[in-house]
Design a protein around this ligand. Structure first.
Ligand SMILES: *Cc1c(COP(=O)(O)O)cnc(C)c1O
Length: 424
């Protein structure tokens, strides 16, 4: 690799996905696109999503209530259109995938089905310092069952002085607690250090111990290769507004493995959109679950929020995860290279804490010394990154819309910022 703008541009010219950058709307800074590295927090807006929303607005004005059945894309089963393209993104069968609610809501609903403390088997195993919403969700589930989080939550820690987890530490902790584990629940890609967990191995270990295994894929969906069906995970959920570019706070995706489908006796909170369509409008008191993950649906779909998710999935379907991941690897390798180049020039002021062999789009950079002012400098100069206490900047170039040139521009601004001694 070469540290030059020409080299970055050469990589961009060879990029088979280069035409997609133009299909997104970038915030502007001094007349040009910002360098946007926060697709792990909120993906940019695809130009086509407005048309999908407008279509629903038009159908609403034209058909009103009859839009449920007579809109171009009828609303009553609008969400079903997402299952097939979404299943490809997460490595599932279409019947295992549904779109509903928002992420934390879905996790609570799924834990109703998959966290069933009984006898000695009451504990939940997760990673230490899980995403705060997941921590609150797990603690409140435990308390809801009358259990104390201090006694029933097992957190797998990083080793002393290290920034990442070891798979064998998860496996050992699962084996150690095998007869008291009810659930293994982990964020598949850690939001802080950017590490992708070995979901296949950990799922197998959890099952061997007799526990259910579920994944929060907020940072993994649309980012890394997933094979939820083959790995055999019991359930998973993710939001759609990070790498999946569906818009702020939008509908969440959920996965329930085939082996749990088409069951009437599974504990589940139920609503009218989970019962079979053929008999739904007979308004009978008996719930007859749809034989897919849609059985977990409660309400009729929030079409205006699902519409831009459908727009985004059309793009994922056109390109496919293998091509996105190939571009991601090129971007992230170049980002790593320019970071190391700058770090050498400034005599080691920071380090990348994301493990090289287990990463997706995100690199987390740990700054030695006062880093907050460097973050402020980047933001003031048109580089949108994010800051995590105590001293981490997260950089997540997204393969749909970021370029190698973005990465080079970022590195020059970073270097200038450090040279102005903002990192002391
Ligand atoms: C972003 C994120 C969430 C957000 O949850 P919402 O319910 O969509 O607000 C939850 N968990 C993880 C791991 C996340 O990264």
């Amino acid at each position: 690799m070469e540290y030059s703008l020409d080299y970055a541009r050469k990589l961009d010219q060879q990029d088979p996905l280069k035409s997609y950058r133009d299909q997104f709307l970038f915030p502007q800074h001094q007349g040009q696109n910002v360098v946007y590295f926060t697709g792990n927090s909120l993906g940019l807006q695809p130009k086509r999503s407005a048309a999908y929303i407008q279509e629903v607005m038009d159908d609403w004005s034209r058909h009103a209530v009859e839009g449920h059945f007579y809109a171009d894309k009828p609303w009553w089963d609008y969400h079903e259109r997402l299952a097939e393209p979404l299943a490809k993104v997460v490595g599932a069968k279409p019947e295992e995938v549904t779109v509903m609610n928002t992420l934390t809501v879905n996790l609570h609903l799924l834990l109703v089905s998959f966290y069933r403390p009984e006898g000695k088997r009451t504990k939940i195993l997760c990673e230490e310092k899980a995403f705060p919403s997941d921590q609150y969700m797990l603690q409140s589930q435990l308390r809801w069952h009358g259990l104390k989080p201090e006694d029933h939550l097992i957190e797998v820690k990083k080793r002393e002085g290290e920034h990442h987890w070891h798979t064998e530490d998860f496996v050992e902790a699962i084996e150690e607690h095998a007869d008291e584990l009810a659930l293994v629940f982990i964020g598949g890609l850690n939001y802080y250090n950017g590490q992708v967990f070995d979901m296949k191995t950990i799922t197998a270990a959890g099952h061997k111990a007799g526990a259910f295994v579920g994944w929060d894929l907020a940072h993994a969906a649309g980012n890394v290769e997933l094979s939820l069906h083959d790995w055999g995970a019991d359930f998973a959920a993710w939001c759609s507004y990070k790498y999946m570019n569906s818009g702020p706070g939008n509908a969440s995706g959920a996965f329930v493995h085939q082996r749990h489908l088409n069951k009437k006796d599974i504990p589940r909170l139920e609503g009218w959109w989970g019962t079979k369509k053929e008999t739904r409008f007979m308004m009978t008191p008996e719930f007859d679950p749809i034989p897919t993950a849609d059985a977990w649906q409660l309400s009729n779909p929030p079409v205006l929020s699902v519409a831009p998710y459908l727009a985004s999935l059309a793009m994922f379907d056109e390109v496919g995860m293998p091509k996105l991941i190939a571009k991601q690897k090129s971007l992230v390798a170049f980002l790593e290279f320019v970071l190391k180049t700058v770090d050498e020039k400034v005599e080691s002021r920071f380090e990348i804490i994301t493990p090289k062999e287990a990463r997706g789009s995100q690199l987390s950079v740990f700054l030695h010394g006062e880093g907050r002012s460097l973050f402020d400098y980047l933001m003031k100069n048109g580089v949108i990154v994010d800051w995590r206490e105590p001293n981490v900047i997260r950089l997540a170039p997204a393969p749909f819309y970021n370029s190698h040139e973005d990465i080079f521009r970022f590195s020059e601004i970073l270097y200038a910022g450090i040279q102005q001694q903002v990192l002391i």
